[in-house]
Write a protein that binds this ligand. Structure first.
Ligand SMILES: [Mn+2]
Length: 331
């Protein structure tokens, strides 16, 4: 089975019911997401974590990396731990919004005993690393899938859970603008609003509370804008020096890629972020005609058709050349 095979409605319900059964049968749960978590990762783990607690379960939410400051307002965010527990036996661990096991990070790998791994995701590149896998590439976000799971359990959508689900959907759909936005997404968002979510409050917290270092970093990144492939490829660069001089963290570079993507005529946008002088993280965005998850996969990365990423080793000019060659071939 591959992630791209469409989940039938029947199969969807069947797997969600199986996961619900695991939740009912167990008591101790670990919930985790990918390294450098963004809105959907945080929204999903908190929504599921809070809902399980409402059901009387013991929950530990573990994320190796810190929660981005703009998402720290989300209910439950303060309870996320960043180090693996020294002991503790879990009936099941949930990997949410995470395309492969490695991206769960080093801390997750240190957890002593997990009886069952439940993988819930919407990345088309998901490697089905769980004992139970629910992967729906047509879902807008993992948060949207968590909403479905909670309905099947069932557990009522509390305002705190709803706010997390809403934030996950909002951020993964680019504020309900991307092509992954479906009637189902709006129906799920409607449910969140009926449960008390204030859309402006969430939008203001997520988008209108930029830390000063991020806005200081932005012009320096835009300064690096380059265009290739007859205007169809645009790219920007973030170096360690830019980050240290502006006091920025990696999390603050999230969404910078939207600027090269917004360039008229650009089909594929790239953001090269220096990890070390000989290793770069490459984020890719497409307007929809080029499948960037395939380009990322060429470099052992992954993602979605229109948003993907990978790490590439080499000097900046080597990395740029390698990546541009693949992108040009895909145009
Ligand atoms: Mn996601």
């Amino acid at each position: 089975m591959t992630a791209s095979s469409r989940l039938s409605r029947k199969k969807r319900t069947e797997i969600l019911k199986r996961i619900a059964e695991e939740i009912r049968a167990g008591q101790d749960f670990l919930i985790s997401s990918h390294e450098n978590p963004e809105g959907d990762a945080i929204g999903s783990i908190l929504a599921l974590g809070l809902a399980l607690k409402e059901l009387g379960k013991d929950v530990l939410i573990l994320n190796q990396d810190p929660t981005p400051e703009t998402l720290s307002f989300l209910p439950g965010a303060a309870e996320i731990v960043h180090q693996a527990p020294a002991n503790g036996v879990f009936d099941a661990a949930f990997a949410l919004d995470c395309g492969d096991k490695q991206r769960l990070g080093e801390e997750f790998a240190k957890v002593p005993k997990i009886s069952k791994l439940i993988n819930i995701d919407h990345h088309v590149s998901n490697s089905f690393f769980g004992d139970i896998n629910f992967v729906d590439p047509l879902a807008s976000s993992t948060a949207e899938i968590i909403g479905d799971l909670l309905r099947i359990l069932p557990v009522a959508l509390s305002p705190a859970v709803a706010e997390n689900i809403y934030a996950g959907m909002l951020t993964d759909t680019g504020s309900f603008r991307y092509s992954n936005t479906s009637p189902k997404t709006f129906a799920a968002a409607r449910k969140c609003l009926l449960s008390g979510v204030d859309p402006w409050k969430v939008a203001e917290k997520v988008y209108e509370t930029q830390p000063l270092p991020r806005l200081r970093l932005l012009p320096r990144v835009l300064e690096t804008l380059e265009v290739a492939g007859n205007g169809r490829i645009s790219s920007v660069l973030v170096t360690q020096q830019m980050m240290s001089e502006t006091g920025s963290s990696v999390a603050l570079t999230e969404d910078f890629i939207n600027f090269p993507r917004s360039l008229k005529g650009a089909e594929v946008a790239l953001l090269f972020r220096e990890v070390t002088p000989v290793k770069y993280r490459v984020s890719m965005r497409s307007r929809g005609r080029v499948n960037v998850s395939r380009i990322a996969a060429h470099f052992q990365g992954g993602g979605h058709l229109a948003a993907a990423g990978c790490s590439v080793e080499g000097s900046l000019s080597e990395v740029k050349a390698k990546v541009l060659e693949q992108v040009k071939a895909a145009l």
